[in-house]
Design a protein around this ligand. Structure first.
Ligand SMILES: Nc1ncnc2c1ncn2[C@@H]1O[C@H](COP(=O)(O)OP(=O)(O)OP(=O)(O)O)[C@@H](O)[C@H]1O
Ligand SMILES: [Mg+2]
Length: 248
């Protein structure tokens, strides 16, 4: 199962991604959690407290070795480098979950065939189209940077919304883009819901994707994440576990 998590800034994409990875892991699956947000914090949210993780785009030696394009490089770039070993080698294990940090590709170069781009694209393609693990990708707010080839491997896009206009508008846009990219299934998750009125607002104003989960506002989430703890008896975890099982 390959899931991409999207939505407006701050709605809870990283939290949902982390819990989805954790729930799948708790169910006994091999999981790769991909941090595709340039402002990466998925590993930290999962409880990682080690040294900064070098994102894939910054691993110059690896990029040169696989794709080429280093200093003094005169040859052609390898467009289909071998990458199947990269998630295992470069990913950091956090509580049994392999976390891969992608890093930022400079905006101006995002469409180019530069070596970093080739490697990122190939690694994502591998994870989405060929790997056997469950994969969850914590995305930047939009979906524009998901290439068509990669999007083809996404089984489900989960769009996180909160009870507010802005996130619902973003969700409608993201869902449309996801469909344009060929993502088969787009679903919404309501997060930070603190009562019936919140849920009613989301239900009334969500246009497009069906609502498949309702996560409560939980003021303990943040202190727990800070302390690197997870209480599995809380309603938030239980609802995420249900969503994780449904998504299988
Ligand atoms: N259900 C919830 N109850 C309480 N706090 C929550 C809930 N979900 C997320 N949060 C908190 O909201 C903040 C934003 O969450 P998170 O980082 O997951 O959002 P995001 O969509 O990934 O943000 P960004 O767009 O910056 O990447 C965090 O402090 C997180 O702990
Ligand atoms: Mg985030």
């Amino acid at each position: 199962m390959k899931v991409a998590v999207a939505g407006k800034g701050g709605v809870g994409k990283t939290t949902v991604s982390a819990f989805l990875a954790r729930c799948w892991r708790d169910l006994g699956y091999e999981v790769v959690a991909v941090d595709a947000d340039p402002d990466a914090n998925l590993a930290g949210t999962l409880g990682y407290r080690g040294p900064d993780i070098t994102p894939l785009v910054k691993l110059k030696r690896l990029i040169e070795e696989r794709v080429g394009g280093g200093e003094g490089w005169g040859g052609f770039l390898k467009m289909n480098p071998r990458v199947d070993d990269i998630p295992g080698d470069v990913g950091v294990l956090v509580d049994g979950i392999r976390v891969l940090v992608m890093g930022t590709i400079e905006r101006g170069r995002s469409g180019c065939a530069c070596p970093e781009n080739i490697l990122l694209r190939e690694v994502l393609n591998h994870l989405m189209l060929r790997s056997r693990e469950h994969v969850v990708v914590d995305m930047e707010a939009g979906v524009e940077h998901l290439g068509r080839g990669t999007a083809e491997g996404v089984d489900t896009m989960l769009v996180v919304v909160e009870p507010g206009w802005a996130s619902l508008q973003t969700a409608a846009r993201v869902a449309e883009l996801a469909r344009d990219l060929g993502i088969r299934q787009v679903q919404a998750i309501a997060n930070k819901i603190s009562g019936d009125a919140d849920l009613a607002f989301v239900r009334e104003n969500l246009v497009g994707p069906p609502l498949v989960g309702v996560l409560p506002l939980d003021r303990e989430l943040e202190p727990e994440a800070r302390a690197g703890r997870v209480s599995r008896d809380r309603p938030f975890y239980k609802e995420m576990l249900r969503i994780a099982m449904e998504a299988l």
